[in-house]
Design a binder for this molecule. Structure first.
Ligand SMILES: Nc1ncnc2c1ncn2[C@@H]1O[C@H](COP(=O)(O)OP(=O)(O)OP(=O)(O)O)[C@@H](O)[C@H]1O
Length: 337
């Protein structure tokens, strides 16, 4: 894979810089007769040039929110704007200023890589004389210069994803929506996509990405909105979200042989413990995450003592620092996955 990077020119400041690039207010989406809305009163605003991450587990309503913003899904109520344009009132104008990188690859297999880009540009009214040069420029930028005449079926997952990003940029959008941009990509392809996202933001394109990957959100996003059951639970910079958590370090314990409620009670009673979460999920072993007020090493011995007193056998101990996953656990009592 090619790893060249090109610096994009920054957009000149304009009068509408103070206006949010994306705004969602009391957005509700209810599919059919479903009793529970997929999006349940969501409100947030994204600044121009920002990388904004919507982080939440499967089914949280992220794709639906992006679907409304990109005019693919009809809202039930509320308001959604992109670059100041109401997406429901004027979907054609909205589509002219936004780009979409959908969760599922939807390249046209009857066209080669360049053909996909040129067709998209034609659809968006880019003058014929510009289309091919623009396509070649974006293929180059996405490390696909040698794939111009390749059929999408013959591209790797990472290459196809980069082609979809290139396609989303062909009409020079002001806001790019990326739905789970690196799901299914290998680490190298993922890194390449991450670099391109950072580069786009530096050039003034606003990026809204959805992910259930907390590392991706923490790395790429200037601010993160945490969503669950169609509702926004928290919104801030990744570091501020983590800093607001009680506890400075974590101890992950995998164990067997004792009642979880008893274990949690015993560990919670240890001096210097900020909280204990049960992350057992579907595994046979019990998995507890212990949050410590200070360094984990300082409380490790009494915590292991409390576990032994409860009659449990520990098979694994991991010391770490709180992450966005802990923010999610703190808010919902569940893990992200
Ligand atoms: N076309 C649809 N018809 C009916 N229900 C839908 C449709 N699309 C999504 N849903 C439901 O709406 C809820 C939110 O789904 P959505 O895809 O927006 O979540 P998500 O956070 O993007 O999840 P994922 O990370 O799995 O994509 C889920 O309960 C889902 O089953």
């Amino acid at each position: 894979m090619s790893s060249q990077t090109t610096t994009l020119p920054a957009r000149p400041a304009t009068a509408d810089d103070a206006e949010p690039a994306v705004e969602v207010a009391d957005l509700v989406k209810r599919y059919g007769r479903s009793s529970r809305p997929a999006v349940d009163g969501l409100s947030f605003a994204v600044r121009r040039g920002e990388v904004f991450g919507l982080l939440g587990p499967n089914g949280a309503g992220k794709t639906t929110t992006v679907g409304v913003l990109t005019t693919r899904v009809t809202k039930t109520s509320g308001r959604a704007t992109v670059a100041g344009i109401d997406v429901s009132a004027d979907p054609v104008a909205a589509r002219a200023v936004l780009g979409v990188v959908p969760q599922r690859p939807n390249l046209d297999r009857s066209l080669d890589a360049r053909g996909n880009l040129v067709w998209h540009a034609a659809y968006h009214g880019v003058p014929r004389a510009r289309r091919r040069a623009l396509a070649d420029e974006l293929l180059e930028r996405m490390g696909l210069a040698d794939k111009a005449t390749t059929n999408p079926d013959e591209l790797s997952g990472g290459q196809a994803q980069r082609l979809i990003i290139a396609r989303g940029l062909m009409h020079d959008p002001r806001v790019l929506f990326l739905d789970e941009p690196s799901t299914g990509l290998d680490p190298q392809a993922r890194l390449f996509v991450h670099d391109r996202v950072a580069e786009l933001a530096a050039s003034g394109v606003t990026v809204v990405l959805t992910t259930h990957d907390m590392d991706e959100a923490a790395k790429l996003a200037d601010r993160v909105g945490i969503v669950d059951h169609g509702r926004l639970l928290a919104l801030d910079t990744p570091s501020a979200l983590v800093a607001a958590l009680p506890g400075e370090a974590t101890i992950d314990l995998t164990l067997t042989g004792a009642d979880v409620a008893t274990l949690r009670g015993r560990i919670d009673a240890v001096r210097g413990i900020a909280g204990v979460e049960d992350l057992t999920g579907e595994r046979p072993d019990t998995h507890l995450r212990v949050r410590c007020d200070g360094e984990a090493g300082a409380v490790l011995a009494p915590v292991l003592g409390a576990v032994a007193d409860a009659g449990a056998t520990v098979s694994e101990v991991d010391l770490g620092e709180p992450t966005l996953e802990d923010v999610f656990i703190d808010l919902t009592g569940r893990g992200l996955r």
